[in-house]
Design a protein around this ligand. Structure first.
Ligand SMILES: [Zn+2]
Length: 697
């Protein structure tokens, strides 16, 4: 038995003979409920068959200090523990005794109580899923569209993979003020699976690194698995990771205030208006709608601009002249280059920015939306199947956007894919647009799993995936056009994808969004609210304002999905007619909040460093019913806090339709007009509906 103790009565007990963590105590409170295998391995052969073994199947050989040795007929494993700076860092090495490839290596697994706090259990879990998510009911998560899934081929866009749906390499659990932080502090930012799942009576917190190895090779971890009991909340857990992150910045990642390549609009807070020019939703009939010809949109956008007192970015969907959702070919625009370029020029003359939605690393054999669009001939004549993501046995399949297209996913490691994708995006750049959401469907920016032996990369996922995407993105010349992806860009791409399409709203399906992304990275980049695709919260007047408030407080740009009449609807893919938001509510909150981002709150909300929110009380709570019948509650006033050059400011938003009071335990300096320095000193303040205040420290 090995005991690792910390100064605040926290300790970790490791049973080296069983290879299992027996106990993790944070300030005396036990956080584990059962002993799980500490490590596990997956082997994969060329028939795409896999075999998993965990540490309970191993025989303990010996220990040398804090180094422990294990053996199994298939592999030998050595673990090395280091205890310093209030944490234990564990390295692992695996000797592969087979001819198979080691696909992933899991270590640091722990078993917590099998139910979380909202299901008569205890504690809650933070992951970096879709920019940050807190789960407080395991059962609800498992019944949601986003349950624990074992990653496999072909990939699904919702797997809990880094750098993909996960932006960061850690998971945290807390019971009240006692918590456990588990991280893979890997500066190379290779592929990982970080998630939690059912294991017997307990919930297992699980971190796996994909090996990047070839058949028969051994694995030696180049980074530690960090185990850290702590006192505090999830912001404290994020701080541990941010400290590490800032000592190991990804290549090209710099503070936005020092990044002179950013366009001026990045700091002028345009409101993003996603809309299609054909059809009304993803799988609608693709006939031109009221926004075509393109210029038809300008009067609508001008009105929105006036009503919100903000610049607008038109973010076009279904504009591809090939077929909507038919990657990799998107160019020329529907209606032709001349017509589109004329629209861009007129838009710019009217101070409207223009952005385009593309699709990621997909290959479309046949569009289901525009049946006459098909590329089977090109695919077959040029043998393009050799560039598609494949399983270990060479089989090719895809689950991406199957209602819209028949096709596959391309492997970005292949030269043909790199050239095809980058040249297609460069053609879009040549249209003079301001922004391209280039990697839709590739959440966070990464391509999906490929096990091909023919592409030149290791035959399992790993850091080669990141290197391939970086290479593709670095090839694209886009001096005045920003690029982004679906969900916030994951950590390796923070210097490359500087404005992305957030998906925090999906987290309401199984938990609540948490501003992990903004807390870690807001000084370096910000994103926009996203097209809000798929909405589970009840239809009422607070639904859209809640999400606007959340985005604003994360320091992101706001977004508004428009109907043809210039009305607002709740989220992309919901029918225009059925789920509208009252115009006066939508435009009031957009105008009132964006004024802070353009006015006195500008520095904080555009490039501030997020801090833990101030402690505050409100006089109300809002309940929302979700599609699954569960209710989510939020305070009637939401808040966040930022720091710039030693100056600190907090923002408080009342997103409801009634007055609400915020109060603090001491007097604060309150500003209630985003353009006036007039201050009030008070320990409580009434906030008007759909408005925000700023509090200085
Ligand atoms: Zn490949």
């Amino acid at each position: 038995m090995r005991r690792f103790s910390f100064c605040d009565h926290s300790e970790i007990l490791f049973d080296e003979e069983r290879a299992s963590l027996l106990s993790v105590k944070a300030e005396g409170e036990e956080l584990l409920s059962s002993c799980l295998p500490f490590f596990a391995l997956r082997f994969r052969n060329k028939k795409a068959e896999t075999k998993d073994i965990d540490s309970f199947a191993f025989r303990f050989l010996k220990s040398e200090g804090d180094r422990f040795y294990y053996e199994h007929p298939l592999a030998d494993v050595a673990l090395s523990f280091e205890n310093k700076e209030d944490k234990v860092s564990v390295f692992i090495s695996v000797t592969n005794k087979t001819h198979d490839v080691l696909e992933w290596i899991e270590w640091g697994s722990v078993g917590i109580f099998g139910k979380l706090k909202d299901e008569n259990g205890k504690g809650e879990i933070l992951t970096s899923y879709n920019e940050g998510a807190v789960t407080s009911s395991f059962a609800r998560r498992e019944a949601s569209p986003f349950p624990y899934l074992e990653p496999s081929y072909p990939s699904q866009g919702k797997f809990s993979i880094f750098p993909n749906m996960l932006c960061a390499q850690f998971i945290a659990y807390r019971v009240g003020e006692k918590g456990l932080y588990l991280a893979m502090e890997d500066p190379e930012r290779g592929t990982k699976h970080i998630d939690f799942c059912s294991y017997g009576e307990s919930i297992k917190l699980q971190l796996r690194a994909y090996s990047n190895l070839n058949y028969g090779e051994d694995y030696v971890s180049s980074f530690p698995l960090v185990i850290r009991p702590f006192h505090g909340d999830f912001y404290d857990a994020c701080s541990f990771y941010r400290d590490w992150f800032e000592k190991h910045l990804p290549v090209g990642c710099q503070r936005s205030v020092e990044n002179h390549s950013l366009p001026s609009w990045y700091f002028s807070s345009p409101i993003i208006a996603p809309y299609p020019i054909r059809g009304k939703f993803d799988t609608d009939k693709m006939d031109p709608n009221c926004f075509y010809p393109y210029e038809n949109a300008l009067p609508v956008l001008e009105k929105v601009s006036k009503e919100t007192d903000s610049q607008i970015m038109a973010l076009l969907m279904h504009w591809e002249g090939t077929a909507p959702w038919a990657p990799p070919y998107v160019y020329p625009p529907f209606g032709g280059v001349k017509e589109f370029s004329s629209f861009v020029k007129k838009a710019h003359d009217e101070n409207v920015l223009v952005g385009l939605y593309c699709s990621g690393f997909g290959y479309t054999l046949e569009s289901k939306l525009v049946p006459e669009y098909e590329k089977r001939k090109e695919y077959e004549e040029n043998g393009l199947s050799r560039y598609m993501l494949s399983d270990s046995d060479g089989k090719i399949a895809s689950t991406t956007c199957t209602p819209q297209r028949i096709g596959y996913d391309m492997c970005p490691y292949c030269e043909w894919v790199k050239e095809t994708f980058s040249s297609e995006i460069e053609k879009c750049v040549s249209l003079g647009v301001d922004y391209i959401q280039a990697l839709d469907q590739n959440h966070g920016g990464t391509g999906y799993f490929c096990y091909s032996e023919a592409h030149g990369h290791p035959p399992v996922p790993g850091k080669w995936q990141v290197e391939a995407v970086e290479d593709v993105l670095n090839r694209i010349r886009h001096p005045k056009t920003l690029l982004g992806c679906e969900s916030g860009a994951s950590e390796p791409y923070l210097g490359l994808l500087l404005f992305s399409d957030c998906r925090f709203n999906l987290n309401y399906y199984f938990g609540k969004p948490f501003p992990l992304y903004a807390f870690l990275y807001h000084e370096y980049l910000h994103n926009f609210m996203g097209n809000q695709v798929c909405e589970t919260l009840s239809d009422d007047d607070r639904n859209y304002p809640l999400r606007v408030a959340y985005s604003f407080l994360s320091g992101d740009n706001l977004a508004v999905d428009l109907t043809d009449k210039g009305e607002v609807y709740v989220s992309w893919c919901n029918s225009w007619e059925k789920r509208q938001v009252k115009r006066e509510i939508a435009f009031s909150i957009l105008k009132n909040l964006n004024a802070w981002k353009r006015g006195l709150g500008k520095d904080y909300l555009n490039f501030g460093r997020m801090r833990k929110p101030l402690a505050y009380l409100t006089d109300g709570e809002e309940k929302f019913r979700c599609q699954d019948g569960n209710y989510l509650s939020f305070p009637s006033i939401l808040s966040s806090s930022f720091e710039v050059d030693g100056r600190k400011a907090s923002f408080f938003v009342n997103y409801t339709n009634t007055l609400h009071r915020v109060s603090w335990d001491e007097e604060k300096v309150v500003l209630s007009d985003p353009y006036s320095e007039k201050k009030t000193v008070a320990s409580s303040f009434l906030i008007e509906p759909l408005t925000a205040i700023m509090v200085l420290e």
